[in-house]
Design a protein around this ligand. Structure first.
Ligand code: SF4
Length: 168
């Protein structure tokens, strides 16, 4: 198991009611095709500052990830838990001295009814792009780290949502 001094993963998991795991950032899968799913097939494209085309491109994301030695992959069946936990965990790690800490969440930001693209983000402390909005293959990343994820075919099926916080 990966360990980082000063980071108590079990305690973080308990407090945020998520399942967190320290992972090697090299197991995070970034693919160019992921952005195509946002651009062609998602009605939210361009509607939120946390989504493409405003979020980091896959090339930028690869570069960003290569600048980190550690990552905390965070799992929940509830996407809201991920959206709330990621910026808080990012801040906690920053305050512990991991000054580069930066996180990506799950799904489009829904903090405002409408995102004012021209005015800038109203909640910059809380709004983070989704993993997939930055080009992460969430399925491959979860599976590479022994977390569950399957394509769901109905709203009644249990869903698996993920976020990640990079730090060193
Ligand atoms: S917090 Fe509001 S303004 Fe910022 S990205 Fe989310 S919806 Fe847009």
């Amino acid at each position: 198991m990966v360990e980082v001094k000063g980071v108590d993963v079990e305690e973080i998991s308990r407090r945020y009611e998520v399942e967190a795991k320290l992972i090697d950032p090299e197991t995070i899968c970034v693919e160019d095709w992921v952005r195509m799913k946002c651009q062609f097939g998602c009605g939210g494209y361009g509607a939120r500052l946390t989504c493409p085309p405003y979020s980091p491109t896959p090339s930028q994301t690869r570069e960003i990830i290569s600048g980190f030695k550690n990552a905390l992959l965070i799992h929940s069946h509830n996407s809201r838990k991920i959206k709330e936990a990621v910026p808080e965990i990012e801040r906690e790690l920053f305050l512990k001295g991991f000054y580069k800490a930066w996180g990506m969440g799950a799904g489009p930001c829904n903090l405002c009814d409408e995102c004012d693209i021209d005015a800038g983000c109203r909640f910059p402390r809380k709004a983070r792009p989704a993993m997939e909005a930055c080009g992460l293959d969430v399925y491959a990343t979860a599976r590479a780290n022994a977390f569950p994820i399957e394509v769901v075919t109905s709203k009644d099926q249990e869903q698996n949502h993920y976020g990640v916080v990079l730090f060193e």
